[in-house]
Design a binder for this molecule. Structure first.
Ligand SMILES: [Zn+2]
Length: 116
């Protein structure tokens, strides 16, 4: 008997429980991902492309300070080290890269500051 009552209620309750998370979208733009983890075609994020850490991708765990060709990819023209938000490195590898660049500078393989 109780089952019969719940069965009749079920179609009514189902739509109510589903959209519970929907109204939060206005307040928190970070939560606007859909089920596949993608964001809505949003305002600022239009030109943002998710970068993958070069070292994680190629499974390198050692950054050689003698590999200046590689290290230069993570430096600006002026000789500064790119921040990880620009280089796309993860925290761990960014630390290794910056350490390697600093070592290479000490060995005079890379400039502290490029000539302007
Ligand atoms: Zn990494």
């Amino acid at each position: 008997m109780a089952d019969e009552i719940q069965n009749t209620d079920a179609p009514v309750e189902a739509p109510v429980s589903a959209p519970a998370a929907a109204p939060a979208g206005d307040l928190a733009p970070r939560d606007t991902r859909d089920s596949r983890g993608r964001r809505d075609d949003g305002d600022k994020r239009k030109f943002f492309k998710r970068k993958v850490c070069h070292f994680c991708k190629s499974k390198l765990d050692v950054v050689d300070y003698k590999d200046t060709k590689l290290l230069r990819r993570f430096m600006k023209e002026g000789g500064k080290i790119l921040p990880h938000r620009l280089s796309g490195n993860c925290t761990k590898h960014q630390r290794l890269v910056s350490l390697a660049i600093k070592r290479a500078r000490t060995m005079a393989l890379l400039p502290y500051k490029a000539r302007v």
